[in-house]
Design a protein around this ligand. Sequence first.
Ligand code: NAD
Length: 266
Amino acid sequence: MDGLVQGKVALITGAGSGVGRAAVLLFCEHGAKVIAADIDGTSAEETARLAAAAGGEAVAVTCNVADPTSVDAAVAKAVEAFGRLDVVYNNAGITISPIPGKGLRSLVECDPEEMKRVEDVNINGVVYGCQAAIRQFEAQGGGGAIVSTASVAGLMGYGGVLYGTTKGAVVQLTRALAIEVADKGIRVNAVCPAGMLTRYAGMDPDGEHRGRVLEGMGKAHPLGRAIDPRDTASAAMFLCSDLASNITGVNLPVDGGLYAGRKVGG
Ligand SMILES: NC(=O)c1ccc[n+]([C@@H]2O[C@H](COP(=O)([O-])OP(=O)(O)OC[C@H]3O[C@@H](n4cnc5c(N)ncnc54)[C@H](O)[C@@H]3O)[C@@H](O)[C@H]2O)c1
């Protein structure tokens, strides 16, 4: 049986860890050919190696999403390696560093330099990914799918203010761009995960307290378990697949029901 993204060529950013690595492995498992892009080229190579070991086809590239030239080069690599491009998954993202021993930084505690760095990656990085994707999709005659990893923090007040603001920008970009490029047959969607145990924010997914951390995260979600990077990757892959061919402009929560609301009473 053909996979959900059989034969599609996908560029996935932030591919060296967490959601990005899970997405590369999942897309390959479902028949895609993947460019695994990360600012950390060594981790992207490890992801490509894992994909190959599982029988998939993935090529690693070093790519800084905050640099439009670097993003264009990653798209060019996809075309060179696989002849075309069908999907761009803007997944790379960073957050404001927490205060050791205290946790999330309030807005007034954020350093302007770091704020600019986070905005560059989380907002401009997605914008550059969309621009490069649209140019390539148009050169191929239209069609194609863009998906981005926003966050439930872009839909509601949840966690750091500045981080949530960057993800809110991705949510709005997703809607507005979907309308702008609909007549070219290009679809634009985003996934909005809640808490996942990844390397993000200095967490350690392989640490000795993994079980306890996951249990704590799970309690924050109505369905009772933490979000797995593969949950988010699965939603992204669905949105890129032909099963979602009439879906665009959607910001899909992957949050165990968190954004739906809160149970009141018994
Ligand atoms: N972990 C969570 O709780 C959570 C929740 C909601 C949304 N997200 C979002 O999910 C996405 C994936 O994060 P993750 O949890 O897998 O984190 P992660 O830290 O495990 O992975 C992020 C990857 O992005 C790469 N990266 C960072 N800056 C980059 C840049 N400038 N160019 C290219 N690659 C870059 C890193 O090297 C890393 O491999 C991010 O957009 C993040 O904001 C995470």
